[in-house]
Design a protein around this ligand. Structure first.
Ligand code: PMP
Length: 406
């Protein structure tokens, strides 16, 4: 009965957004939510998305019938090529991939978690980076997969705690599931180097761990699609069996349209095609009971762009615009802090990549900067770089300077 349902806390990130909206201060700055903003702090519809949208609207054949259970094939096949590095990826050539269109990246992580909860035969524990995207915890617990952590972020260097990470993964029960952020780690902005990825791959191979890649920032992080999928490509080249959750929210600016994909890649074997067919059949059953079939609009937009070389090139240009502006803001924030002589080191601001930066501000400092300067960030000191622009970066730097000195 209704009386037994306890009150749940508000989602911290969406609560932060609400507090920001209610704030009447003219200088307020939103560094909370991970969504791209232009230099005027406004949402940006990618020009290439506008074009694809027009094509879609002018299509006289367009209707609103159901998508197939696994989604639009012209979208999922190109999505697989995108994350795996092209049609000549060994996994694609050898037909060792099956893909399902999902409710953006969240739905992809969920479908993957559900699939593993049902069929994974290794040690059924998932290792998440500490810290990680907060939703990872809820998604895996919701399907009953126990969660363990591996160290990731070093407070001393504001970089990767590589030794801690390796030690934890080495100590994990053989055959554990290991969740890895493919690029632009959320919330820290800290990624392993390719050399470190190779060591991680070797460790996972020796320990028979199962890689679960979450990729929410391909192309958005560096502006180079092939750079941002380098870790995934390396693992696939090494013959790993793995899964990938792929989001098109950030790189297409299609946040609310929920375009995403879940991919399973099996290891090279003579019966790969029949294995893939069996996996696809089970994914279809899970998908049917969860969402029946995925939403069309975002996937149609992405599909138009991914299947047209000219639009694809324009998309890459749009990606460089977004990532370029963010990289410029990283440089500006660091330069201002160093100019002010703000106590501490600030090289991590430009070393980290992608949407977020882990500033190193403590929770009391985060609360103080909110009440004194109307600057909103999550309690762990994470800032969304896209919230900075040429008009507010100095204000933010000065506020950080004041708070750090207190
Ligand atoms: N994984 C990570 C690590 C993310 O940062 C995000 C976006 N915040 C997602 C998955 C999924 O987001 P969405 O469902 O909006 O695609």
């Amino acid at each position: 009965t209704a009386e037994v349902v306890p009150q749940a806390p508000e989602d911290p990130l969406f609560g932060l957004m609400r507090a920001y909206r209610a704030d009447q201060d003219p200088n307020k700055v939103d560094l909370g939510i991970g969504a791209y903003r232009d230099d005027n702090a406004k949402p940006w519809v990618l020009p290439v998305v506008k074009k694809a949208d027009e094509t879609l609207r002018n299509d006289p054949e367009l209707n609103h019938e159901y998508a197939p259970i696994a989604g639009i094939a012209s979208f999922t096949s190109k999505a697989a090529e995108l994350i795996l590095g092209g049609a000549d990826s060994p996994a694609i050539r050898e037909k060792r991939v099956t893909s399902v269109q999902t409710i953006s990246g969240t739905g992809a992580v969920h479908l993957g978690a559900l699939f593993l909860a049902r069929f994974y035969t290794g040690s059924k524990k998932v290792y998440l980076s500490d810290p990680t995207w907060a939703n990872h915890n809820q998604i895996f617990s919701n399907v009953g997969i126990p969660i363990a952590k591996y160290p990731y972020f070093s407070k001393e260097t504001s970089g990767l705690d590589f030794e801690g990470m390796k030690a934890a993964l080495h100590g994990a029960p053989e055959g554990s599931i290991v969740l890895l952020h493919a690029c632009a780690h959320n919330p820290t902005g800290v990624d392993p180097t390719l050399e470190q990825w190779k060591e991680i791959a070797e460790l996972l191979r020796v320990k028979k761990h199962f890689p679960f890649f979450d990729c929410a920032y391909q192309g958005f992080a560096s502006g180079d699609l092939m750079k941002d999928n380098a870790a995934v490509r390396y693992f696939v080249e090494q013959g790993f069996e793995l899964v990938i959750a792929q989001s098109f929210a950030k790189n297409f600016g299609l946040y609310g349209e929920r375009a995403g994909c879940f991919h399973v890649v099996t290891s090279p074997a003579s019966d790969a095609e029949t294995t893939i067919a069996r996996i696809a059949s089970q994914l279809a059953i899970l998908q049917r009971s969860e969402i029946s079939n995925p939403p069309l609009y975002g996937a149609r937009i992405a599909s138009i762009v991914l299947n047209d070389p000219k639009l694809f090139a324009e998309w890459e240009e749009n990606l460089r615009t977004m990532s370029g502006r963010i990289i410029t803001m990283r440089k500006a924030l660091r330069a201002k802090l160093e100019e002010l002589g703000t106590p501490g080191t600030w090289n991590h601001i430009t070393d980290q990549i992608g949407m977020f930066s882990f500033t190193g501000l403590t929770e009391p400092q985060v609360l103080k900067i909110r009440s004194d300067f109307h600057i909103y960030m999550t309690k762990n000191g994470r800032i969304s770089m896209a919230g900075l622009n040429t008009k507010n970066v100095e204000y933010v730097a000065k506020a950080i300077d004041k708070i750090v000195r207190e």
